[in-house]
Design a protein around this ligand. Sequence first.
Ligand code: FUB
Length: 756
Amino acid sequence: MKRIFLFFIFHFSFFTFHFVGAQNPFVQTWCTSDPAPMAHDGRMYVYTGHDEDGADFFWMQEWRVYSTVDMVNWTDHGSPLALESFSWADDRAWAAQTVERDGKFYWYICAHSKLSNGMAIGVAVSDSPTGPFKDAIGKPLFENGSWDHIDPTVLIDDDGQAWLMWGNPQCYYLKLNRDMISYSGELGRLDMTEEAFGGPIMSKREKGKKYKDSYVEGPWLRKVDTSKFKVPSSKVYQLLYAAGGVPEHISYSTAPTPTGPWTYAGEIMPLCDTKSFTNHCGVADYKGHSYFFYHTGKLPHGGGFGRSVAVEEFQYNPDGSFPTIMPTDEGVKPIATFSPYQKVQAETMAFSRGVKTEQNDEIGVYVTDIHNGDYIKLQNVQFEGNTPKQFAARVASGLRGGRIEVRIDSLKGALLARLEVPGTGGWEKWQTISATMDNEIVNSKSSNGKCHDLYLVFTGRKGPKLFNFDWWQIEGAQKSLVVEDGGTGDYKAIMKEEATLEAHTVFVPQDLSAFNEKTPLPVLVWGNGACTNSPWEHFKFLNEIASHGYLVLATGYIPVEEKPYQGPMSTTEQQIESIDWAISQNADPSSPYYNKIDVKNICVAGMSCGGLQSLYNCADPRIKTLMICNSGLFKNSNRAQAVGGMPMPEKSKLKEIHTPIIYILGGKEDIAYENGMDDFHLINHVPAFAANYPVGHGGTYRQPHGGEFTVVALGWLDWQLKGDKQAAKMFTGKDCLLSKREGWTIEKNKKMKNEK
Ligand code: FUB
């Protein structure tokens, strides 16, 4: 009887935890605490503590990192920082926060110091938001033997001054130097008054007297964006903190400067039954949404020392103040779709049951502790745009393996694929295994952009651990690849083949639902350097442009690796095929692009030989603008330098240009400089702009997100194809912004000078 009862309790609590559609806590593999969010380069990162399973105190050993682009599918980046990273630390890896400055990431932590036998503030540094991080100074940044020194928060103010604040029960501050790893001046102390925090610190409360509140710990310092909110100058800085003693709630105070005077502003997250007697918050704005992170003890085996991070979306009041934010089990809604046609790290998940993650130097983080009945769920998965063909996964098993069942919409949903995982001869002996997918089910369910939950359900012998799991991928009938996380623009992009456009590569936002007749996608038609029949050199540049809301149609086959394409050269006609295709897709009610393409705003562009192809096609009346990169027509005097197969229009071709044109060149070192500048000087019947950046013929296309050339190309496209007035400032006016941008030199013809 007792057994049945216990079974019931366990399963009841698990089912209530999951089947109400719970998204909070949003990490289920480990207990995570003290969330510190940071939005950076198109991703939301959250830096957390790690509560040990079954602990009876905050015996915390390491910090962890998670990130997402859509706010529901989170990738576990493991633990790039632990007590061992600090030679002086021996215990209590407590709350921390990370900030980026000048391309470096500074992670301010607190830990117990064996030097002072108190808590100390330390700082780690990395070139990447996910590490590896190392102790930046080899000693605590601040300590004096007191146990107060916990929970650092950091703010880089608009004037460049970085402030570090921390403390329990006293809130301290320091002014960091520009290097972020040293400080100037004396240790500051906030006035812990009733006016500032609703009451004195807990130990100084007068018996019997009622107070509104009290500061306890976990400060989060932020500044209100005065360009967005009508905030009085006396309330520009906000300090959020854990308040009111144990159990804690979250309150905040406001001030005209980081050092005060602070004024109590009220509760944000009131006391609720979160199963944790501490709370700890962090706030971040991301892609037009605002998020409040905190922690609860709500994992099935969690509690006061087994906390887990959670998140809620909220809207600031018109004066930038906070509304009341209540903890929910539902959490937040996805803000982007998830493409399964990419290599997905197994540790990317919206929800999981049973599994854990581990990491090693060889493959990084992977999913482990997989038993019969465990599963991983992904949310808002967009199958449309390709036809699923194969499910592939990289797995390892030191025992007998098991199975991965790929199901749609629910744990017991239709079976899309069943992958048999064999014993591979070791828990780290990895094999990639594939299974055919049932695409009829997917196709029947995924029309009209409908998204799905995807479940990877693990089955096998009951009892033992089955296998380890590194990554999975759904291969579509058409090849596709997510380049550099989809790009940094507002619309994560994908690079793919289209069955109806042979020998071309399409770069396009993954989620087309944001585009329609009113906001259609302008088109960039692209020809490649050396007239190669694949954009293998330019895919980062082109993908980045697509992520800013463009349909990019590149000549040639999809590059599967960043290796030179070896097949025959492309033709100039392929650019015309791109234009024809865009127009026909926009008019075809059965196309996913129906009424979503801005066929009146087409730029034809290309690099080197691709630039010559573009100039060859310049008379096409459907073109709105031209962008000629590292290219220009050969003069009679240097035609002999041309490589066989290049289109060779005479300079008289330039007369056929009927649109504004920009030359983006690599400075005098660029072999196309002379030809390009000669073209530019010959064009006086349409506006022409020449921009040079001293990198030579190769441009910056292969740098992350296409480097500087992308910035200028996007500015030109936003102005010419979207009519963006802000973007126009890069090119118009006497002191146009590009003339002031580091490294660039510019020239304009007379017609361009007249452009407003
Ligand atoms: O995680 C350990 C401690 O608990 C933190 O430093 C405090 O903010 C509280 O959340």
